[in-house]
Ligand binder design. Structure first.
Ligand SMILES: Cc1cc2nc3c(=O)[nH]c(=O)nc-3n(C[C@H](O)[C@H](O)[C@H](O)COP(=O)(O)O)c2cc1C
Length: 247
């Protein structure tokens, strides 16, 4: 199927960057741009630089402004998420966690999540593995194998990305994500089934037992890696050709 015939993926991006401008936001945008080049997407971009100050005082979801409640609903209905946070004290920010504390705990079951973070130091790159991945594992989301970590040095003073290495990492992360994202729209169907089963489970079974049942999470046929590989290799080939021309 050609790109133009594909149903667009419903991507929800979350940037936990509180500043404006924000490096985290620029990083998440760059990932969105790369993904949008590869496959048709609809984007709902949640920026904490806009909603951060609206969230702090709420303890219950219905105390949040409608805008944030709508953002949470978008997260819960997404085919896939791209999430980014600045590193604060070696972890995601408190508000990033606060936002996800409001997300319904079965809504992200099996949802692909691309993890990203921006920190001042390279030494905190494992925040992706030790902080973000466990949080989304709690949700039983499918965290994508390759995350993207940037440091302040990767950005120009205008907050655009100038690091080639970071650009390559984004390309790789998206290329590796594509085969998994191909079946992401099935999540809509799964979400319905999970919802129904959750209601049943609440009456009798525990939720963990319930979601292990085969009919709730049928194994998906993972499509071939060829498309993703060729995209990645095409870029590499282009670069090599460019370098050869310069030489
Ligand atoms: C309160 C605070 C704590 C921070 N803690 C860390 C940290 O532990 N490790 C790190 O690498 N950077 C840390 N930083 C730097 C930010 O993560 C970094 O500058 C990030 O790129 C900012 O992203 P933004 O432009 O989206 O706000 C901290 C910054 C602030 C304001």
């Amino acid at each position: 199927m050609s790109n133009s015939q594909q149903k667009p993926l419903n991507i929800v991006a979350v940037s936990g960057g509180l500043n404006n401008p924000s490096k985290t936001e620029a990083l998440v945008q760059a990932i969105l741009d790369e993904l949008g080049e590869a496959t048709p997407i609809n984007v709902h971009f949640i920026k904490f630089s806009e909603i951060g100050q609206l969230m702090g005082g709420a303890i219950y979801r219905n105390q949040l402004p409608q805008r944030v409640q709508d953002d949470l609903a978008a997260v819960e209905a997404a085919d896939a998420l791209i999430v980014g946070t600045p590193v604060y004290r070696a972890s995601f920010t408190g508000l990033f966690k606060h936002f996800f504390d409001f997300v319904e705990q079965t809504a992200l079951v099996d949802v692909p999540v691309l993890l990203a973070a921006s920190g001042g130091s390279e030494r905190h790159a494992l925040v992706l593995e030790h902080q973000l991945r466990p949080l989304f594992s709690f949700f039983q989301a499918q965290t994508l194998p390759i995350g993207v970590y940037a440091t302040d040095k990767d950005f120009t003073p205008e907050y655009t990305i100038h690091s080639e290495l970071l650009r390559d990492r984004i390309t790789l992360a998206v290329a590796r994500a594509l085969p998994i994202l191909e079946w992401a729209p099935a999540k809509g169907i799964r979400a319905e089934v999970v919802k129904e089963k959750t209601q049943l489970a609440n009456q009798s079974l525990g939720i963990n037992k319930q979601i292990e049942q085969a009919e709730v999470l049928p194994s998906a046929a993972v499509p071939s890696l060829d498309a993703a590989e060729s995209r990645l290799h095409q870029k590499t080939t282009q670069k090599i050709t460019k370098k050869t021309q310069v030489a």
